[in-house]
Structure formats: structure tokens, C-alpha cells
Design a protein around this ligand. Structure first.
Ligand code: B12
Length: 210
């Protein structure tokens, strides 16, 4: 089994104590941070499928998520890029009722690397808290809302609409998360959508520079 396959297997198995070391070993063997990250993202897909089929339950899903976070911590410094914060401040959060944060954290990491000052307001964020954060921070150019559950898609809509109705200006709103489609993003009035962390950066820069 290659080191990368080992990382994937241990994330799936929720081996929180082993993953960081294995990620480091995979790096030492010359694997790219992106390839290692993708392997861990794939693991979460497998875990999700096993949850759907009743092979795994919430505690196993949670522990796999923790294992992945340990691996991401090792990769984070290597993914860092432009730290000039020249693109302004990005407020990011997962919408109300939703506790999923791995995707949000990856998007945060990439957006920060691209040159935004990142303000992460966490998970289960009520719509008004996004508005408060925009008011409390300087030079907000981007607001990013994440939602992972079909049942929290209405909360995503409420967040975007509350932000848009606040009368505050000078920023764009981007949304994402597994159940979100470009059509849904447009329907709820978001300025942009991206399917993953890499394309989120491309879209974020495009929106802010427009
Ligand atoms: C880990 C996990 C959990 C963990 C979360 C831990 C954590 N700290 O995040 C725990 C155990 C808490 C959990 C709980 C639940 N979960 Co869950 N979970 C998952 C799992 C396995 C992985 C999610 C993940 O991290 N994926 C990896 C990341 C990298 O991908 P991502 O989140 O999609 O993010 C990428 C993109 O979507 C995008 N993106 C994300 N956010 C944003 C934001 C912006 C602005 C942009 C541009 C892009 C973007 O970029 C990211 C990076 O590339 C998924 C299965 C899956 N295939 O996704 C189920 C899944 C999402 N969960 C599911 C369910 C049902 C639940 C529960 C309701 C289970 C229960 N009965 O209690 C609860 C809900 C709790 C709540 N209120 O939120 C379902 C959702 C089904 C649906 N259609 O809604 C899934 C799909 C599993 C399944 N196949 O059934 N879960």
C-alpha cells in the first residue's frame, strides 16, 4: 500500500493519532500536498457512502472528520501563499443548523492563501451573525456561506437574503457545499458559487476584482 493509500485508509478508519504522522511521511516521500488532500477528501466520500448504506454511524463519521482535520493541520503551512491580505477581508461561516466544517475550513485555508484576511465565524451561524460580522470588520470584500445538508439549504437562502437586505455594500456573496448547485446559488441571489476549495479561490478573486 502506498503512503497516500495508507493516509486514505486511516482517515476512513478514524485513526486520529496516526494520520498526522502518515501525512508527514507521504510528504517526505515526495507526494504533493494537493494529492494528499484529495486522498483525504475521497476518504470522506467513502465514509459518507458507508453512512448512507448503514455501514457506519454518526460517531464514526465524526471521528473520521477529526482524523482528516489532523492531516489538514500538517498540510496547512504548505498551502500558504500570498499573505498580503491585499484582497480585503472574507467572512466565512457554515449556516444555521449545520455543523459540517471540513469543507468550510478547506475553503478558508485556500482563500486565506490567496491573499484575503480571513474571519471565520464558525458553524451553525444564524443569518444575522453574518451581517454583524460584516459590520464589525473592516474592508469586507467577500462573504462566504457554506451548507452541507439539503435540510440547511433554506438557511443558506436566508443567510444570503438577510445579507443582501441589510443595505450594507462593498462585498460579494459566494456560496457552496455539497448540495448547492449554480442554479440554486443564482436563485437565492448569491453573486457566486464554486464546487470546491480550488475553484472557490478562482471565483473569489474574480468577484472581488470585478
Ligand atoms: C464528516 C461528516 C459529518 C460530521 C461533520 C464533522 C465536521 N467537523 O465537519 C458529523 C458527524 C458531525 C456529521 C453530522 C451529520 N451529518 Co454528515 N457528513 C459528513 C461527511 C462524511 C463528510 C463531509 C465532509 O467533510 N466532506 C469533505 C469536504 C472536503 O467536502 P465538502 O464539505 O463537500 O466541501 C467541499 C465543497 O462542498 C466546497 N464547499 C464547502 N463549503 C463551501 C463554501 C463555499 C463558499 C464554497 C465556494 C465552496 C464550499 O468546497 C469544499 C472543499 O473542496 C458527509 C459525506 C460527504 N460525502 O460529504 C456527510 C453528510 C454531509 N452528512 C449527512 C448527514 C445526514 C448528517 C446528519 C444529519 C446525520 C445525523 N443523522 O445526525 C448530521 C447533521 C449534523 C448537523 N446538524 O450538521 C449527509 C447529508 C445528506 C443530505 N442530503 O443532506 C451526508 C452527505 C452523508 C450521507 N451520504 O448521507 N456529518
Amino acid at each position: 500500500m502506498s503512503k497516500i493509500e495508507e493516509v486514505k485508509a486511516k482517515v476512513e478508519a478514524g485513526k486520529t493519532k496516526l494520520v498526522a504522522g502518515l501525512v508527514q511521511e507521504a510528504l517526505d516521500e515526495g507526494n504533493s500536498p494537493n494529492d494528499i488532500l484529495q486522498a483525504m477528501v475521497d476518504s470522506m466520500g467513502v465514509v459518507g457512502d458507508k453512512f448512507s448504506s448503514g455501514e457506519l454511524f454518526v460517531p464514526e463519521m465524526l471521528i473520521a472528520a477529526k482524523a482528516m482535520s489532523k492531516g489538514v493541520d500538517v498540510l496547512k503551512p504548505l498551502m500558504a501563499g500570498d499573505s498580503s491580505n491585499s484582497l480585503g477581508t472574507c467572512i466565512i461561516g457554515t449556516v444555521e443548523g449545520d455543523l459540517h466544517d471540513i469543507g468550510k475550513n478547506l475553503v478558508s485555508m485556500m482563500i486565506e492563501s490567496a491573499g484575503f484576511n480571513l474571519v471565520d465565524i464558525g458553524v451553525d451561524v444564524p443569518a444575522q451573525k453574518f451581517v454583524d460580522a460584516i459590520k464589525e470588520n473592516n474592508n469586507v470584500t467577500l462573504v462566504a456561506c457554506s451548507g452541507l445538508l439539503t435540510t440547511t439549504m433554506p438557511a443558506l437562502k436566508e443567510a444570503v437574503q438577510t445579507i443582501k437586505a441589510s443595505g450594507l455594500e462593498g462585498f460579494k456573496v459566494i456560496v457552496g457545499g455539497a448540495p448547492v448547485t449554480p442554479e440554486f446559488a443564482e436563485e437565492i441571489g448569491a453573486d457566486g458559487y464554486a464546487p470546491d476549495a480550488g475553484s472557490a479561490v478562482v471565483k473569489a478573486k474574480e468577484l472581488v476584482k470585478a
